[in-house]
Write a protein that binds this ligand. Structure first.
Ligand SMILES: [Zn+2]
Length: 436
């Protein structure tokens, strides 16, 4: 383990209050902590966070560490054209596999649990089976999906969407990262190419089920004082790219009257968006987190601004209604300010309700572990939302400290993580018994 040092603060912080009585049934808190620590140092930032954009060398390196562990655990490892990694364990029967996993990329200066915990939890299940000499009925695969967060291009879930055949070539042509690299260049540097990226993998027949364990990224479990909870559905995000085109000009020589300042228009829209979600539903949210000012000079009136509005709800109708209202507002602002606006819908994803049957089965397992079942809708998008368009999906949340995520302070206690793995393992074993 190249990155693991004897005195590793991340590891020490995880292990210091771990309840080692949870090391039953072949699971090891120490092993999980070491692996989380190793990954926490790949792309580590000075704030103690991680920076592993999708299709970066850091994301690749994190995958390589996990691939080594998969090999050591006796899994058959493969990588598809989108860089998605699969570690397969054959079952007693040659039927379609159960898959569990998540992602290893991060947002800029993100945390070390969002993604890695789901991948390492699935691997911990295999380690436990190995210890106990258990061979599952059905094949089992651990999946690492590429670029879930979408920190690099305008759209996330680039691995799972490719896996499910949901990316069209036209969508990729205008993707450029902050360094000016096109998607074609990035995917080639990563070791694949467009043809392989688009040659989707789902044609490998059916998948029995996909199960994802993920940190909650909210405070419900903390309020309920439970380590693990059941996800009821995932709010589908829709990204609306808005481009305001005004006129650049000298900040000193251009009079205030008659200016076509794109940033003023963008600011008006951002302000307006804050009050719109509550008009459509209690669960809808909308955010502008990315704004690109052109030419971005201190003494130049911004000629062009593009921004991305992230709109979410667990109900598709109200989410789309909100999108429509925002588009309308952008047009009104452009008219008032006498500049041009065009809008593009990027990555509109259907919200995914999770089957009641799976939620009930998970509740039974939680009770067996003396955990009160808590039901939580996910505001954040996940790879399971994409898999869920064609494959039965279940999802578990592990308690997040203070509900913080996408931040260096993101934290889940090792005891909570291992309790999550216990539930995941029992649930996968239960699904192994069910008929196709
Ligand atoms: Zn995630």
């Amino acid at each position: 383990m190249g990155y693991f040092q004897d005195e590793d603060n991340f590891y020490e912080n995880l292990i210091k209050d771990y309840d080692s009585k949870l090391d039953t049934d072949g699971l090891s808190g120490q092993r999980l902590a070491r692996r989380l620590a190793v990954l926490s140092h790949i792309g580590e930032t000075e704030n103690g966070g991680v920076n592993r954009p999708g299709f970066s060398q850091e994301e690749k390196q994190a995958k390589e560490f996990v691939m080594d562990w998969m090999n050591e655990a006796g899994l058959e490892v493969s990588v598809d054209g989108a860089g998605n990694v699969f570690g397969r364990l054959d079952g007693l029967k040659n039927v379609s596999p159960i898959i569990s996993g998540s992602h290893l990329d991060s947002v800029p200066d993100g945390g070390s649990f969002d993604g890695p915990l789901g991948v390492l939890a699935a691997l911990e299940v295999v380690e436990a089976w190995k210890t106990k000499g258990y061979t599952p009925e059905k094949p089992f695969e651990i999946a690492i999906f590429s670029d879930e967060e979408g920190a690099r291009f305008k759209s996330g879930l680039m691995g799972s969407r490719a896996f499910m055949g949901q990316v069209k070539e036209e969508e990729l042509t205008d993707y450029v990262d902050e360094q000016g690299h096109t998607f074609t260049e990035v995917i080639e540097e990563y070791g694949s190419d467009m043809e392989q990226y688009l040659d989707y993998e789902f044609k490998r027949k059916a998948i029995d089920m996909f199960i994802e364990l993920h940190i909650e990224q909210g405070e419900v479990l903390e309020e309920e004082n439970q380590p693990v909870g059941i996800v009821t559905g995932i709010a589908g995000p829709a990204w609306l790219e808005v481009n305001f085109k005004g006129e650049a000009g000298h900040a000193g020589n251009t009079p205030m009257v008659g200016r076509k300042d794109s940033l003023v228009a963008a600011a008006m829209l951002v302000k307006k968006i804050e009050e719109l979600p509550k008009k459509v539903s209690d669960t809808a949210v909308a955010t502008v987190g990315k704004l690109n000012v052109i030419p971005n000079g201190s003494n130049v009136i911004p000629g062009e601004v593009n921004l991305i509005v992230d709109v979410r709800d667990i109900h598709e109708e109200t989410r789309d209604e909100l999108l429509g209202i925002i588009e309308q507002e952008a047009k009104i602002i452009a008219e008032t300010k006498e500049l041009d606006v065009d809008m593009i819908h990027n990555s509109t994803i259907k919200p995914l309700p999770i089957e009641k049957k799976f939620q009930q089965e998970l509740a039974e397992i939680l009770k067996k572990h003396q955990i009160k079942p808590v039901y939580i809708p996910s505001g954040a998008g996940h790879d399971s939302m994409i898999l869920g368009t064609k494959v039965p999906v279940a999802m578990l949340f592990v308690r997040s400290k203070d509900g913080i995520s996408h931040h260096p302070d993101e934290w889940s206690s090792l005891s909570d993580c291992i309790q999550g793995v216990h539930v995941l393992k029992d649930y996968i074993e239960k699904q192994m018994e069910t008929k196709e």
